[in-house]
Design a protein around this ligand. Structure first.
Ligand code: ADP
Ligand code: MG
Length: 470
């Protein structure tokens, strides 16, 4: 049977599926799959619908497995991938077709086209990335509460936990879990309008509306601004990522405040993420008090088992055969940030492909040696090096001294320590004998000054370099 072409097999499998899957689903998700290949027991299909792989695996895997087995006489692994190029062409064709052939399509087909249009419209306006789902989020002690509350919010939006505020250091899965909420709602409650936005995009979009309206700046509500406002109010679920970005953006702070009030009064769900807890974001009380009205949950760095599982999933996704010792080595050495953990594995995988090498422990070590060395840079090591550079001592940093020279050097040290170690403001503050709000202020000040002060930029680049090279 394996001698049949993929196309011939697929024709037969489709006939089987046709008998077991309801019409509406069949026409919408299955009919439009295209067979690509059947090799080494793996049957590959592509789809023009971004949501199809997930929907089919979730709801119809059993039907597919059975249909393949019936046709081929044995188990088959089937793989469905979304093909973006094909999708664009298909959408264009479909528009033309729909225009001229409404008369000839069956009611099921017309209906499925409508549902598809709705879903794809919803997905594009929701602004989500299909990578981020609950199913591929590894749960551990570090994120159990965030995962639990997010799941409840996704299942019953606006009932409990409103707003849901998730905070934690960069690279720990905040965006992933927030978008997972969005996907869950789109799939399971398609009548709800979901919108995901990065705060930086929100701020830029809002400010650009003002630059369009030259006169009466900030006084009158122009049609542009009104449109913007409606876009973020005419929804049921607002997912707003990295809210700390509105610090010091006074105009936007007002807008966000009124939008939150509007949505919460209408009992709409809001989910917020941030790299720190509400009280550490420099914002007016009236806004931070809204943040904590629902529930505030923290994500902390993942424990070993979670790190290991994330790496194993990644290797499986890429279809790579990797020795356990490689996973253990990477999980041992990259423990503060999942993005870096994944990045380390991806680096090893890419170099293995370029060098045409097996992914062994030796190979992984040779790729990651330098990066791992950098991770030995702790707060005290960095503080010491920076103090030396400015001809000061770490005790000067720890003292209450406010002399310009000491305080600027201290701010730079805090900024670089935060950047390299990713330590919490609390821990950095403890080291320097200062308040954690002073640490936040230091980082924000340096970041801001670097935009305009090229001397400062050069100094910081130089410090980064010597720290990494030593
Ligand atoms: P953050 O928004 O907190 O900076 P992201 O959500 O962007 O972090 O996560 C960074 C990367 O790590 C993403 O690729 C994400 O899928 C992955 N990731 C983080 N936590 C987990 C987890 N628990 N399980 C699976 N992947 C995770
Ligand atoms: Mg994020």
């Amino acid at each position: 049977m394996d001698d049949f072409t993929a196309k011939e097999i697929w024709q037969k499998v489709k006939l089987e599926l046709r008998n077991h899957i309801p019409d509406s689903t069949y026409y919408l998700w299955v009919e439009k799959l295209e067979p690509v290949s059947y090799e080494n027991g793996v049957f590959k299909l592509v789809t023009v619908l971004a949501l199809a792989p997930q929907i089919i695996k979730q709801n119809h895997k059993k039907h597919f497995d059975e249909a393949f087995k019936k046709v081929l006489g044995h188990d088959v692994v089937f793989n469905i991938e979304f093909d973006e190029d094909l999708s664009k062409k298909y959408q264009e064709e479909m528009k033309k077709e729909l225009k001229k052939s409404k008369l000839y399509t069956s009611p099921e087909e017309q209906n499925s086209a409508k549902v598809m249009k709705n879903l794809s419209h919803m997905q594009s306006t929701a602004n989500l990335d299909l990578k981020y789902k609950f199913e591929n989020f590894v749960v551990g002690e570090n994120n159990r509460r965030a995962y639990g509350t997010a799941k409840i919010v996704a299942q019953t939006p606006s009932v409990q936990f409103n707003p849901l505020f998730i905070y934690g250091a960069p690279g720990l899965g905040k965006t992933h879990i927030m978008q997972a909420i969005g996907h869950y709602i789109i799939f399971n409650k398609p009548e709800l309008r979901v919108k995901y936005v990065k705060t930086v995009d929100y701020v830029n979009e809002y400010m650009s509306k003002f630059s369009l309206s030259n006169d009466n700046r900030f006084k009158n509500v122009t049609p542009e601004i009104n449109k913007f406002r409606q876009k973020y109010r005419n929804i049921d679920v607002l997912l707003i990522d990295d809210i700390q970005f509105i610090e010091s953006k006074n105009k936007t702070i007002d807008e966000v405040f009124h939008t939150f009030d509007y949505l919460l009064n209408k009992n709409k769900q809001i989910v917020i993420t941030s790299d720190r807890q509400p009280k550490d974001i420099m914002l007016p009380e009236r806004l931070t008090s809204r943040f904590v009205k629902g529930v505030v949950v923290e994500i902390t760095p993942p424990e070993y088992a979670v790190r290991l599982q994330i790496l194993k999933n990644l290797a499986q996704q890429k279809g790579l055969n990797v020795d356990d010792s490689v996973f253990e080595y990477i999980a041992d050495n990259f423990y503060t940030n999942v993005r870096e953990l994944e990045g380390a594995f991806n680096n090893v995988a890419v170099f293995a492909e370029i060098d045409n090498a097996d992914i062994t422990l030796d190979f992984a070590q040779s790729v990651l040696k330098c990066e791992i060395k950098q991770r030995l840079l702790t707060i005290d090591v960095i503080a010491d090096k920076i103090a030396e550079f400015f001809e000061l001592t770490v005790d000067d940093f720890k003292s209450p001294a406010r002399a310009q020279k000491v305080s600027k050097a201290r701010q730079i040290a805090v900024f670089i320590i935060k950047e390299i170690t990713g330590e919490s403001y609390e821990n950095i503050a403890k080291f320097f004998n200062k308040k954690h709000t002073t640490m936040i202020y230091s980082c924000d000040t340096i970041e801001e000054e670097m935009k305009t002060n090229s001397e400062l930029r050069k100094t910081i680049e130089y410090l980064r370099k010597i720290l990494k090279e030593d």
